[in-house]
Design a protein around this ligand. Structure first.
Ligand code: ZN
Length: 489
């Protein structure tokens, strides 16, 4: 018998990329997309996609998985549970974290997380390296060596007592990144304001989860963005601003981009679909909706959507940070904690694509191409995974989610697969669902059933790429032609 031309053909679907939409068959051979066209020859297996949308698998560029917090808690997921959850929601690549804490060797931290992911992941993955202890060894030896090995983003915190690096070390990190050509991702909030407000609220007896939203006053975002952008301009280093939540934050980024600076930015579903009111629940139930920065107001949601529409924000990540609502997670400090004693973060790696698809495709806000762009193509390009990942194109990995655009699903705690065992979207009905999910040509989820084995995901080494390249535009203080000849970069 003659061998089939393809390992698999996805037949007669409506294919969409970030720029196009067309009816086609997709032929897959050896894990990559080998042909896109009409009436392709038979595959060894066939997927009937009539009436379905055939989209690139999602890339979630911000997911905390099996991560140790500064307070010493491991979050509620293993690489297996988080990536199984991701796969059920149509996501086929995750960028997660290798989290250094003070006193730890960055080199061994990265090795440890690589080992955990290799064992458990069912989707492909790559890492951002969290720098919480920017010692000489970390910045001069480990960062250059690790970037050369394919770990090309650094993540830095400007807040949290045990993580924030301070202004001067932030400049050191930006310079180290520039020298190795790594992108720097930042959790940017004013630490003094967050810390002061938290103490003030607790002193006055305002302890419920809802007060968490006020403890990160909105101004702390734009203030830190502005400071960070000023530093990045001084060093001439590209940056990615994580989880933008306020209108003023969006405006600060827009102004910087308007001046031609290389400032990228993401937001998350919680800033598009939730407000501070979601945290206002009886008792400590609101803890489930606590994340940092907190959800804001309807006007902020509008501003963040507008930022996506205009391209000032390029992508939507989940900031998946699961803590179960019990003594292993949110209630670690006991059954009646103050908001300061509750771990921040919510699960979202599974719900991210369905809630966005419902809003953007089913309800039409910004449309199908933009959905593909902000959930797959833009993260692939910015984090230098493109053209292997993030689109449907000849030669790309066959990471494909076949969506039934009509299927209605009511999200519930029990429908999720991650370790948090609750979803902040419980009760929300979405239209559109990924019914078949494929990673490198292998079906990993079919009709809600997991088909992949733990450890079948693979690590994606990446260089910094175009996004991480400095502009070469020096400020007067740094330019030897204008600073009396001082060579500082
Ligand atoms: Zn995060």
């Amino acid at each position: 018998m003659q061998q089939a031309a393809y390992d698999c053909v996805i037949r007669a679907g409506r294919v969409a990329t970030a720029v196009d939409e067309f009816d086609a068959d997709i032929g897959i051979k050896d894990g990559v997309i080998a042909a896109i066209g009409g009436n392709l020859a038979a595959g060894t297996s066939e997927i009937d996609a009539k009436g379905r949308l055939v989209l690139p698998g999602g890339i979630d560029a911000h997911a905390h998985i099996e991560q140790l917090s500064a307070a010493g808690i491991v979050n509620s997921d293993t690489f297996q549970s988080a990536t199984v959850s991701a796969a059920h929601g149509g996501t086929t690549t995750a960028i997660c974290f290798a989290a250094q804490h003070r006193g730890m060797s960055l080199q061994s931290v990265v090795g440890d997380y690589m080992g955990l992911a290799k064992k458990g992941a069912v989707i492909d993955y790559t890492f951002h390296m969290i720098i919480a202890d920017p010692t000489e060894v970390t910045l001069k030896e480990h960062v250059p060596a690790l970037v050369a090995q394919g770990h090309s983003t650094l993540k830095v915190f400007m807040t949290y007592d045990l993580l924030n690096v301070g202004d001067e070390k932030l400049l050191d990190i930006l310079l180290a990144a520039r020298q190795s050509r790594a992108l720097v991702c930042v959790h940017a909030e004013n630490h003094g304001m967050v810390s002061w407000m938290g103490k003030r609220l607790v002193e006055k007896g305002y302890l419920a989860p809802k007060y968490h939203t006020i403890s990160h006053p909105r101004g702390c975002e734009a203030e830190a963005f502005n400071r960070l952008i000023t530093f990045a301009e001084l060093i001439d280093q590209p940056i990615m601003i994580f989880h933008v939540s306020t209108a003023e934050g969006v405006a600060t980024i827009r102004a910087a981009r308007g001046r031609g600076l290389k400032v990228f930015a993401e937001t998350c579903p919680q800033y598009l679909f939730m407000t501070g009111k979601d945290v206002d629940k009886p008792g400590i139930e609101g803890a489930k909706w606590m994340c940092s920065p907190p959800p804001r107001t309807e006007a902020d949601q509008e501003a963040v959507w507008q930022g996506l529409a205009l391209g000032d924000l390029q992508l939507v990540s989940s900031d998946h940070a699961p803590y179960a609502f019990d003594a292993t997670g949110k209630l670690m400090a006991g059954p009646n904690p103050t908001f300061k004693q509750i771990a921040n973060g919510m699960p979202g790696i599974e719900a991210r694509l369905p809630v966005l698809f419902d809003a953007m495709v089913s309800k039409g806000r910004l449309g199908l191409q933009k959905f593909v762009e902000v959930t797959a193509t833009a993260p692939a390009k910015i984090y230098n995974l493109h053209p292997r990942k993030g689109s449907i194109a000849i030669g790309a990995d066959a990471d494909i989610a076949v969506w039934d655009p009509k299927r209605q699903v009511t999200l519930a705690d029990s429908t999720m697969h991650d370790g948090a065992r609750y979803t902040p979207y419980a009760g929300r009905t979405v239209t559109g669902w990924p019914v078949t999910v494929m990673r490198r040509g292998e079906v990993i989820v079919r009709d809600g059933k997991l088909m992949a084995k733990p450890g079948s995901g693979t690590w994606l080494p990446r260089a910094g790429g175009a996004a991480a390249a400095p502009l070469g535009r020096l400020t007067a203080d740094m330019d030897p032609a204008r600073n009396f000849g001082a060579k500082l970069l």
